[in-house]
Design a protein around this ligand. Structure first.
Ligand SMILES: O=C(O)CCC(=O)C(=O)O
Length: 287
């Protein structure tokens, strides 16, 4: 029988069903509602606006701009300690770390980035190694954790099987401008060279993908539907962290520790201009 590792290498992703305990997720959602969503004067690093600001919800009460690097949220504001720790109990769950060991050739992994989505934003298809990567290239693993049963009307996450083996040649301006890069990926998918796979993900399911695997999110069909999920990106602790596979500039990293696990202190909560690429919102919620 084909091993999980072989599947991961062949397809660029694997799904492990019911990996995270549903009760653990429900207790996190309770704390999300009380300590974050319904508590006053919250500011947080907004992923899409790439700024620190107050939360906005839609008429159904869902947070509109995803929380960037939720693991760092309490570094500036201790009132979020419990909320962040509960999120880390899921993101750094032993079952996730064990699966990372199984599917990669590396034992230990550090958490480099995280996000929490309440609702879908329609992420355009991309390979993570355009935005962040390891040295040697192609060893970062993304993790998508379903915090509820995801309805297709919410706008589902998708992957492109086999695209992990596709190293696109990019022109200089395509390396610098995400819009041009994302256009190129869209064209590739339009030409049916590669097919997207839209999995049915249920509360507690976890999808692991390689930094070369094209992934994104379908359009939101109906705003009434939330799409509660975490994503996290893990780097083998032995490897260097670089800007992207096209420039391979080594990034300086600082960590804090949570239960023996290293978590990167990102710039998200420092109110400084990001050096990494700013994504254009024009390409969101279109696919
Ligand atoms: O969940 C999504 O919409 C996309 C997440 C993603 O692209 C990522 O975490 O790299």
């Amino acid at each position: 029988m084909i091993s999980l590792k072989q599947k991961f290498e062949n397809n660029g992703f694997v799904i492990v069903r019911s990996l995270i305990n549903k009760k653990l997720i429900s207790s996190f959602i309770d704390i999300y509602n009380t300590d974050f969503l319904n508590s006053e004067n919250n500011t947080y690093a907004k992923m899409n606006s790439q700024s620190i600001g107050k939360k906005k919800v839609n008429k159904y009460g869902y947070l509109q701009d995803p929380i960037a690097d939720i693991h760092c949220l309490s570094l500036n504001n201790k009132k979020y300690n419990n909320f962040v720790n509960k999120s880390l109990d899921i993101i750094l769950n032993k079952k996730i770390l064990k699966t990372l060991e199984k599917i990669n050739s590396f034992q230990k992994h550090n958490l480099m980035m995280s996000m929490m989505f309440d609702q879908n934003v329609g992420t355009p298809p991309h390979q993570d190694w355009y935005y962040l990567d390891s040295l040697p290239n192609g060893n970062i693993t993304g993790v998508w954790i379903a915090l509820e049963n995801i309805d297709y009307k919410a706008g589902k996450f998708f992957v492109v099987p086999g695209s992990n083996k596709m190293i696109l040649k990019l022109k200089k301006d395509e390396v610098k401008k995400p819009d041009l890069y994302e256009k190129k990926i869209k064209l590739l998918l339009k030409n049916k060279k590669y097919k997207i796979f839209v999995p049915n993900l249920k509360k507690g399911d976890v999808l692991f993908w390689n930094s070369g695997t094209i992934h994104g999110s379908k359009k939101t069909v109906n705003n009434k539907f939330s799409r509660k999920s975490f994503t996290a990106h893990f780097l083998p602790s032995k490897l260097k962290f670089v800007t992207n596979r096209y420039e391979n500039k080594i990034r300086r990293v600082e960590f804090f520790k949570y239960k023996d696990q290293y978590c990167r202190i990102t710039n998200s909560y420092k109110n400084i201009k990001k050096k990494s690429f700013k994504r254009s919102l024009n390409s969101f919620n279109k696919f």
